[in-house]
Design a binder for this molecule. Structure first.
Ligand code: SAM
Length: 451
């Protein structure tokens, strides 16, 4: 789904034009929705109302000539279509990061800054542990947004937006500790506010807590007792996508309740340059994090095709025919072409034999002026112009009727021209549980062999 479709499907109707200048970024966001009423693609035009059908449906274009399938929104689709307010983390990075942070259903992850919410959506799905299968439909708490949208630094994730009427699932308000949570921090008030709005539209607002906060100055505790976790985040995973993560790292401690008291904690810091990554590693070491690891994800898709005997790619777009259709040579076409080439080659050999015989005869007759029959040679050359060098054919190989794979063309490998990821360095580290005197005694008692 493209952005305008996602938004037209999920966004509430545009408010009346009477209130034009409002400082509320969410109201402005609604006002900016595209006015087009159709999605125009090369498969045809699709009026937006025709797209309001269950996920998985096929929708025919207005003219009936093309069709599209309606997909359920996923974090990957959202990353590709979200309105960019900042640079975003793309799927090749976010999937790797969540895997390395061992984020799983039920995990509690701290994220700062939230930016455009790309990583937020990916992590919301990763921590989510199946409440969608048994949704509790309820009205969402309503609250004024003043402290949030007008630069207050302690906003919570509740807003006055109404619940989407498109059937998106409501998550129960009373999540227990094991039900997974994304604790997201963003110091730009408007970005925090817009992200809350989007999360509510996507039915994720009770999995993600967006807090408007400068984490470098004020740390990661939640502004007010949040549901059942009493202001503590107790995270087991941390993702920092900040300009200066080394300023935020000292705020991540078990003592102040931001990190889990009972489990090892994993961190990833996303930095665009090596100097920043090294500075981050230095501070992590000072703060007792271990197993520092620096990674760059170089995601590359390889496009593999075969090159035909005429030097053109098999399956390449046919420009001469002026269409977009992908032409792939059929086996029948290839065999008939090979037969034609063989026929030309045999005809040429026959002409050469004939010419040699003629020359020999003239020699025997004592004729000294032997002229090469140039016209014949030229004719051969002309014949060859349209005929490529024929590869070995099935008949020449003993006529078993099979063509070897290598006769189907040379393998050609191209790399994807445009990568949907922006290169950054990922610093990973682990904060292990402290090893106490009691642990030492217990371990000795358990593992020491009797004398
Ligand atoms: N990871 C995000 C995504 O996938 O969409 C993009 C994050 S963006 C590159 C960085 C964000 O960090 C910006 O939105 C910025 O406002 C926020 N930020 C910068 N310094 C911050 C701080 N000290 N505390 C909280 N957020 C901060």
């Amino acid at each position: 789904l493209t952005r305008d479709v996602l938004q037209s499907v999920m966004v509430q109707p545009t408010p009346s034009p009477s209130s034009t200048s409002t400082p509320d970024p969410v109201a402005n966001l609604k006002r900016k929705q595209p006015s087009t009423s159709s999605l125009n693609t090369r498969f045809g035009s699709f009026p937006h109302p025709s797209l309001l059908v269950p996920a998985g449906s096929q929708v025919r274009s207005a003219s009936g000539t093309g069709f599209i399938h309606i997909l359920r929104p996923t974090p990957e689709l959202w990353t590709l279509s979200l309105p960019h307010r900042t640079q975003v983390v793309y799927t090749p990075d976010s999937s790797y990061i969540l895997h390395r942070l061992r984020v799983r259903p039920g995990s509690r992850i701290i994220e700062a800054g939230a930016g455009s919410g790309s990583f937020t959506h990916a992590s919301a799905r990763a921590v989510y542990n199946g409440i969608h299968e048994n949704p509790v439909t309820q009205s969402v708490p309503t609250e004024q947004t003043d402290g949030v949208t007008k630069g207050g630094d302690e906003g919570t994730n509740t807003t006055s937006d109404s619940v989407p009427s498109d059937g998106s699932t409501q998550i129960p308000a009373t999540l227990t500790d094991s039900q997974g949570r994304v604790l997201s921090f963003e110091f730009h008030a408007d970005r925090a506010s817009i992200l809350r709005h989007e999360l509510r539209q996507h039915g994720l607002h009770q999995i993600v807590t967006v807090t408007n906060r400068d984490v470098c100055a004020s740390g990661f505790s939640l502004p007010e007792p949040e549901l059942e976790i009493g202001g503590n985040t107790y995270a087991t995973a941390v993702f920092l996508d900040l300009p200066a993560p080394w300023l935020a790292i000292p705020h991540l401690t078990r003592e102040n309740g931001s990190l889990s008291q009972t489990k090892a904690v994993r961190i990833c810091c996303f930095s665009p340059c090596l100097e920043q990554a090294l500075r981050t590693i230095a501070v992590l070491r000072e703060q007792d994090w271990v197993e520092e690891d620096l990674v760059e994800v170089a995601h590359k898709r390889l496009e593999v095709r075969r090159m035909g005997p005429n030097g053109r790619e098999i399956g390449a777009k046919s420009r001469s025919q002026g269409d977009d259709e992908i032409k792939v040579a059929s086996v029948e076409d290839s065999v008939s072409k090979l037969k034609k080439q063989l026929w030309h080659r045999k005809a040429k050999q026959a002409r050469q034999r004939e010419r040699l015989a003629k020359r020999r005869k003239l020699d025997e007759d004592g004729n000294e002026e032997v002229q090469d029959d140039d016209s014949d040679v030229d004719m051969d050359a002309n014949d060859d112009e349209d005929v490529e060098e024929a590869p070995e054919t099935a008949e020449e190989e003993g006529g078993n009727g099979r063509l070897h794979l290598f006769n189907q063309g040379r393998v050609l490998v191209r790399t994807e021209p445009e990568l949907k990821t922006h290169t950054s360095y990922l610093v990973f580290a682990v904060l292990p549980l402290p090893w106490t005197e009691e642990d030492e005694i217990a371990a000795k008692a358990k593992y020491t062999l009797p004398p």
